[in-house]
Design a protein around this ligand. Structure first.
Ligand code: ZN
Length: 182
């Protein structure tokens, strides 16, 4: 951050009075610009025992497979964000079944939340940010071509729970990028 979004003057980094962290503070109007983690919401969409993944048409991780997910917008709930991202990326309407994973990723200041979901009519496609989307059987998940550690972790947990058909809420931390292996 270089300039104040309130008045356009430069900002500087300092610890405001009564605070204990460096913040961007405007040199002109004294506005303190707090920066906080962002929420990524998505789904694990299932249809007849298979899992819907999208292949990314955008950077980062162009061409890699992902669960539909993206940054939450203002004025929506996490469920609405997850539904919207699934609609946008996979052209799929889903019924949300429950929160499945919440994964803190502190080194990139994000929290990722994935909901279990069922395709409503079995329809899906490729939205603007996807090259394609496809239903994968459990044994066909493309582990070597997954986009992000939180997607990998969520799929690992999901497949575990699938064995017993007992789905719990999983809370995890990923503190640095994981090696790309199964
Ligand atoms: Zn200002």
């Amino acid at each position: 951050m270089k300039y104040c979004s309130e008045c356009g003057q430069p900002v500087e980094q300092r610890i405001p009075e009564g605070d204990n962290r460096h913040r961007y503070v405007c040199v002109s109007c004294d506005t303190i610009h707090y920066q906080n983690p962002r929420i990524v919401a998505g789904t694990v969409p299932v249809w007849e025992g298979r899992i819907l993944l999208c292949r990314r048409a955008i950077e980062p991780r162009y061409g890699y497979w992902t669960l539909p997910a993206g940054f939450m917008e203002n004025a929506e709930t996490t469920v609405e964000a997850a539904e919207r991202e699934t609609r946008e990326e996979a052209l799929a309407n889903v019924q949300i079944e429950g929160l499945f994973s919440i994964i803190d990723v502190p080194h990139i200041n994000q929290v990722h939340m994935f909901y279990r979901a069922t395709l409503i009519d079995g329809q899906f496609g490729a939205g603007e940010e996807s090259l394609e989307s496809r239903l994968f059987a459990v044994d066909d998940i493309p582990w070597d071509e997954l986009s992000f550690p939180t997607v990998r972790k969520t799929l690992e947990l999901f497949l575990d729970d699938m064995k017993t058909q007992t789905y719990r809420l999983h809370q995890k931390d990923i503190r640095r990028p994981m090696a790309q292996h199964g």
